[in-house]
Design a protein around this ligand. Structure first.
Ligand SMILES: [Mn+2]
Length: 405
């Protein structure tokens, strides 16, 4: 059979409200709130030009179970364009846009196949041969039992593709939905596994490919870098994957090397040089880390409140297009003095903190995380946050307590 070509995308999260980002200036927040739809439209534009044989959307089309009306209409519009171009779409709903939610009805054109809540097989004829696509939609938000057992084994010479929104069993960093193991996927002998749910782009297996394309637009500081989808060329013997970027706004962390800096204007220049290196022509939300801060540079930073440095930098970047918004400024002090003068109290505090497992952190912070009003503005506490909190705490103790001596 000859080669087929399709788009594999997932986790569009259309209509994401970006609740945790309300500290952004109104115009940036507005851009951010339309970024998921913009990224989706980039995908549609790409499809209209490249004309793939079909498009797969593997769950979480919408961010909320109410399927935000505006997002639905934009999605419908996109599907209509693909319909006019004769491009079929196979889609399944995930944990975010599960079938038990309630939403305003919007009819999709006939080129769109929506998978039911049990695993079923859709067929499409290409070059005179059938391509089989297996998948299901989430009946409710929490599907914690494996669904992999319901997928049929491949039989015959057809190209067979599995669509599955879920995660590897035992993965601690995400809520585990429809868990599976890599071996279970391979046992089905499909030619391609189109996964969704994990927002970080990754290949779980090379041949046959088991792929998470990631989401099409970062939604917070833990979803950094360029996002997009894959265009896949697939035959019985070969695969080629091409990543197509879609992000409308970028989340980034950038380091500025500050050793030897003695004057404020010099610092601004360094910051600008570090920011300038990015060549993507889109708005950026940046966490800036100032590294290599020696004693004299630290002295310089101490001459004005930390907040003022941030304000000054924001002002400096005010006119830049597309926008660069510095979300936070973190000064990483070298504090070399501590290591030469051991301090019993500091050491014991740090050792206690080091000994805490993620569960200890969660229980320590539970009052905040379970607070009725605050909790909805917080993202799930993960390893990266804990590392950051530890680093900040260590620095705080070193700078404040040690200095008191
Ligand atoms: Mn998702």
């Amino acid at each position: 059979m000859s080669t087929i070509r399709f788009i594999h995308t997932a986790d569009l999260h259309l209509g994401s409200p970006f609740k945790g980002m309300t500290d952004l200036p109104a115009s940036h927040l507005e851009s951010l709130r339309s970024s998921t739809i913009q990224a989706f439209q980039r995908m549609i534009e790409h499809a209209l030009v490249s004309k793939p044989d079909f498009v797969l959307v593997v769950g979480d089309l919408y961010d909320g179970e109410d399927r935000n009306l505006r997002a639905q209409l934009k999605f419908q519009e996109g599907m209509e364009k693909l319909h006019e171009a004769g491009i079929p779409v196979f889609l399944s709903h995930g944990n975010h846009d599960h079938l038990s939610g309630s939403w305003t009805r919007v009819a999709l054109p006939p080129n769109v196949h929506v998978f039911d809540d049990t695993v079923e097989t859709a067929r499409i004829q290409l070059n005179g041969q059938d391509v089989l696509i297996h998948g299901f939609s989430y009946k409710e938000r929490h599907i914690r039992t494996p669904m992999i057992h319901h997928y049929p084994k491949a039989a015959g010479d057809n190209i067979e593709i599995g669509m599955l929104h879920g995660s590897v069993a035992g993965n601690e960093t995400h809520a585990v939905y429809a868990p599976f193991t890599k071996e279970q996927l391979l046992e089905k002998r499909y030619d391609y596994w189109a996964l969704g749910h994990i927002h970080l782009r990754q290949k779980l297996h090379q041949d046959p490919p088991i792929i998470y394309p990631g989401n099409i637009q970062g939604r917070h500081r833990n979803e950094k870098g360029m996002k997009g989808f894959y265009e896949v060329e697939l035959s019985k013997t070969e695969t080629a994957l091409r990543f197509i970027p879609t992000s409308a706004i970028l989340f980034e962390q950038i380091e500025v090397e500050c050793s030897g800096i003695r004057h404020a204007n010099e610092w601004l220049k360094h910051c600008w040089e570090a920011l300038e290196t990015n060549e993507t022509n889109i708005g950026r939300i940046v966490e800036l880390r100032l590294t290599g801060v020696d004693t004299e540079t630290e002295e310089l930073f101490r001459q004005a409140p930390e907040n003022e440095w941030l304000e000054v930098l924001r002002e400096h970047l005010d006119e830049v297009e597309p926008f660069i918004w510095i979300r936070s400024l973190e000064i990483e002090r070298r504090s070399a003095s501590l290591h030469t003068t051991p301090n019993g109290m500091v050491d014991s505090i740090l050792a206690t903190m080091e000994g805490w497992a993620i569960e200890d952190w969660q229980s320590t912070l539970q009052e905040v995380y379970q607070h009725v009003r605050i909790s909805k503005y917080l993202e799930v506490l993960d390893e990266k946050d804990v590392t950051r909190i530890k680093r900040d705490a260590k620095q705080f103790i070193e700078n404040e307590l040690v200095r008191m001596e």
